[in-house]
Write a protein that binds this ligand. Sequence first.
Ligand code: WT7
Length: 681
Amino acid sequence: MAKEGVEVYKEFEANIIPPAWKDRIWNKDDFKKWYETTVKDKKAVEEWWGKWANELFWFKKWNKVLDDSNPPFYRWYVGGETNLAYLDTDWQIAQGRKNKLALIWEGEPWDEAMEQPKEVRKFTYYDLFRESNVISYALREKLKVKKGEILTFYLPMIPELPLYMLATQRLGARHSAVYSGFSADALATRAIDAGSRIIVTADGFYRRGKIISLKPIVDEAVKICAQNGLKIEKVITVKRAGNELPWNKEIDTWHHELISDVPKNVTVPAEKCGSEDFSYILYTSGTTATPKGCQLPIGGYAVSLYATMKLIFDVKDNDIYWCTADIGWVTGHSYIVYGPLLTGLTSIMYEGSPDYPRPDRWWSIIQRYGVTIFYTTPTAIRLLMKFPEDLVRKYDLSTVRICHSVGEPINPEAFRWYFRNIGKDDIVASSTWWMTETGQMLTGHFPGLGKIFPLKPGTNGYPFPGVTMEVLDDDGNTCPPRVRGYLAMTSPWPGMLMTLYKNSQRYVDVYWSRFKGKMYFYTGDFAIKDQDGYLWVLGRADDVLKVAGHRIGTAEIESAMIKHPAVAESACIGKSDPVKGEIPFIFTVLKQRYSPNPKLADELKMHLRTTIGPLVSSDATIAFVDSVPKTRSGKIMRRLLKAIVCGAAIGDVTTLEDGVAIEEAKKAYESVKSALEQEKS
Ligand code: WT7
């Protein structure tokens, strides 16, 4: 069986590294006071979040920090008005950062002879301001984009993505960014839900030395949208890779042509947006086949990013900050675009793969720009730690003073490698827990507070002050220390989603109804709180996978599988994987006319690629079985399948579930076993 929960916990505990942190920002006693009072006292919570909000710019100041009169529809900074683009550019310039570098973008192609990247683009705060104003102007004047409209972005890691995000915010419009690893189907579903009439994309981008073409996927999505009653009026394409494209003059326009006749010095005043207007939606997976459109606010979101940048990353004006995420996910929205700019940082954005042209590309980036704060994922660490340590040691990484991770639990080996090689066994390293729904980091270790909260490797640290988090049992009671339960937020926080787009009932049902009679936010994660109050998030408690840190619902995969004519039924589980954490393992029952063969397995993977995207298909395993075990009431027993895949015996697994049809379970067990054997050979 894969190591789980307390097992992992024990392994970490035996290896606690003594805290070697230097005090940095916080006056410890003051901080301790805040921590203690906000846990008990609602007034202190408002004071705390009010204090942070006071550090930001508001067109109109709020008149109440938190209105909790209609839970779970919490309202933060009621009556306040601000704008994310204004905070990220205009306000930075006003604070004297006009010519400070805001963004350093590095393309993937590498010049072997010169030993340097072929393309680097640098943007000062003024450049970002200018260029996003030009885009805002073009969107407003030529495409009639209005306040409140939702634009869909299907863009790779190129500077135009943050530029379009800022341009949209400036107009008080909203974006829905779809990760470029999703398929045409997935893109269309999201565009239809958002009701977008404009999609922004790129011709292609570089990945491991190859050009990946994007625009044709959008063309396909446009057709699907049309079949479903949504007319996409404009597709704006950024020229990045120069690959040949089919072109439809009616709806296609190049980004550079759209802005070519816009005066370079045009300014568009930033819309005064209400705190509780929403800034964007971002779709994420849950336990049903339909993705959820998390609707993030403006005021509370800005405050939450500002406070977490300061407290968890301890940002200073001269930091060089690098978050390696893709902007298509929430980590990139919050901690590549909106957060770092809000705190006036210089931040790095890299287009490509960590192992191109060699697995030392990231270390070379850290050395070349003198990165001081580094934020990455356990999957990336596990990928890179497979290579000889000399590859890292060759580089001067002495500038790094903070290195956090996010996205999935970090296993002891990966943590140790990260801490030793990037953290030099000394600096602040923490696994920061949060989710798309939370908008902001909610846990971590706080630099400068080593004496109060010493580093405990592998833990997720403490909840961010001002929000309370508990580990609960099924009835919503707090679990004793070191007993596994469900992670829940027992109080609201400013970055929180406001609702699910056009589906408030689902918002209430999914997140706020798990613990009877208690208005607690159910995260879907298993966790432990230890005797010192540290949180250990162990993984998902529901049917949601984290594949290389990417979140995907098993129901989404199963519902895609069933659309293939050969598939009668399928059951997807997460199989543990040494690098990706989890990979989809899909038990597939074929319709009678079909017989299992490797060609069909490939075809089904291809089918997943077109229905969901390479994000799922490249790691998926298809295993053909005669049947999948079900309870007497007809529910697929995924837990049993999981146990079989992890190598449990049949006796162990039948006790797992009530109402198991034992004969069926046995049959399925044999069938699964042979599928596993096949997979190995
Ligand atoms: C899920 C949310 C928000 C960042 C990117 C992921 C898992 C996230 C950690 C961590 C253990 C983590 C949880 C969570 N997760 N961070 N530090 N340690 N697990 O956002 O795609 O919305 O996924 O990622 O399972 O529920 P997301």
